[in-house]
Design a protein around this ligand. Structure first.
Ligand code: GLA
Length: 418
């Protein structure tokens, strides 16, 4: 009978062989100390002590992105019109700042390898578009991918990182969303660190948005590499379920919630862009979506047809009291503190010692939802005033507990200020 080879023996032999190969020879021809083999943990880009945070996105970024509503059906006219509407609708005054073109703006690379814009969709070129957006007092964002091709099959940045970053900076790009399609066996931390270094080398402040869907847990390593990182696959304008590659709202919320400890000023968990105003969600669901994104200190990147939005959509996206919760300078991501099945209580601590609260009803019927000092982690003696952020109404002083009837798929959103 053949004796099974011990795994340990094989491993020990392999290590000894490597050490021997790496051994140096001294002048007398004797074998000296082995050449140290770097410990992979000490050379990880995230652990490079010379890399510092870029100082941007100290509040969750706000803006608009073309993907959720328009996908590849984009052109310079649409982006200009959207920028106009962001100003005239009041979105700019409410804090929406970055106008981001997602996938499919690209043409081919020129003879020197520089990326160009699709000459049919963007005949005036990207620089002219960026200038137009800047002249409105807004900022301009663009999209690329860490692979050879983007998800939409356009040229990716792999192998062109520094050249692309240079081109973006020349165009006046202020924000880069960097996707993860067609990356093969690339190491995510290395790939994102490389583009981060390329952006920094331009000398232009550029917010760096990592879009690798949480596959490689960027919340564990991207703190000094980027400013925000997607935590899930793509969102779609459905309440629940998986639809092709995309997820409904409640699925995204559940995947995203446990990551709350990793958010802080300059580093945000990104549950994907807003679907508020897109056809698949009701007005009540849109309000829940926006409230929970604000409570989770998520980037507020609108994804609707801004030029043609209805009054209900506008009143949701422009609710300044809800936006203030999102942008609160404490920068803590709120979380679920009570889960009674379909009835949930969510809390976000605020810089003034107050709390934002979302009572969330997932059921198809109305629900009575209650909470008290315990959920808020409030001392019983604390005095505070209560405000309803959707009714825009003061509800008097805090009595230590509260309950409300919450609409199906709806929320009640409150703020307690000491
Ligand atoms: C991926 C991203 C989306 C969008 C598309 C573009 O799916 O997650 O947000 O950028 O690619 O093709």
């Amino acid at each position: 009978m053949r004796r099974p080879t011990s795994k340990m023996t094989v491993l020990t032999k392999a290590l000894a062989a490597i050490a021997l190969m790496a051994a140096s020879t001294n002048a007398a021809g004797q074998v000296g100390d082995p050449i140290p083999i770097p410990d992979p943990n000490t050379v990880r880009p995230s652990q490079d002590p010379t890399r510092t945070h870029n100082g941007l996105a100290m509040a969750p970024p706000m803006g608009w992105n073309s993907w959720n509503r328009f996908a590849c059906d984009i052109n310079e006219e649409l982006i200009r019109k959207t920028a106009d509407s962001i100003v005239t609708s009041g979105m700019k005054d409410a804090g929406y700042e970055y106008v981001v073109i997602d996938d499919c703006w690209h043409g081919s690379r020129d003879a020197n390898g520089f990326i160009t814009a699709d000459p049919v969709k963007f005949p005036s070129g990207i620089k002219a578009l960026a200038d137009y957006i800047h002249a409105k007092g807004l900022k301009f964002g663009i999209y690329s991918d860490a692979g050879r091709k983007t998800c939409g099959g356009r040229p990716g940045s792999q192998g062109y990182e520094f050249q692309d970053a240079l081109q973006y900076a020349r165009w006046g790009v202020d924000y880069l969303k960097y996707d993860w399609c067609n990356t093969g066996v690339r190491n995510a931390e290395e790939a994102y660190a490389l583009m981060s270094d390329a952006l920094r080398a331009t000398g232009r402040p550029i917010v760096f948005s990592l879009c690798e869907w949480g596959d490689n847990q960027p919340w564990l390593w991207a703190q000094r590499i980027g400013n925000l990182w997607r935590t899930t696959g793509d969102i779609t304008d459905k309440w629940a379920g998986k639809h092709g590659h995309s997820w409904g709202l409640t699925n995204i919320i559940d995947m995203h919630e446990p990551l709350w400890p990793y958010a802080k000023p300059g580093n945000w968990n990104d549950p994907d862009m807003l679907e508020v105003g897109n056809p698949g969600l009701t007005e009540t669901e849109n309000r829940s979506h926006f409230s929970l994104w604000a409570l989770m200190a998520a980037p507020l990147i609108a994804g609707n047809d801004v030029a043609n939005m209805d009054a209900a959509t506008r009143s949701i996206l422009l609710n300044k009291e809800v936006i203030a919760v999102d942008q609160d300078r404490l920068g803590v991501q709120g979380r679920r503190v009570r889960d009674d099945g379909d009835s949930e209580v969510w809390v976000k601590p605020l810089a003034n010692g107050g709390r934002a609260i979302v009572l969330f009803n997932r059921a198809k019927t109305p629900a009575r939802i209650a909470f008290g000092n315990e959920e808020l982690n409030f001392p019983a003696t604390l005095r505070a005033k209560v405000r309803d952020l959707w009714a825009h109404r003061d509800l008097g002083s805090w009595k230590g507990s509260y309950s409300a009837t919450v609409a199906p798929h709806g929320v009640v959103m409150l703020r307690l200020d000491p």
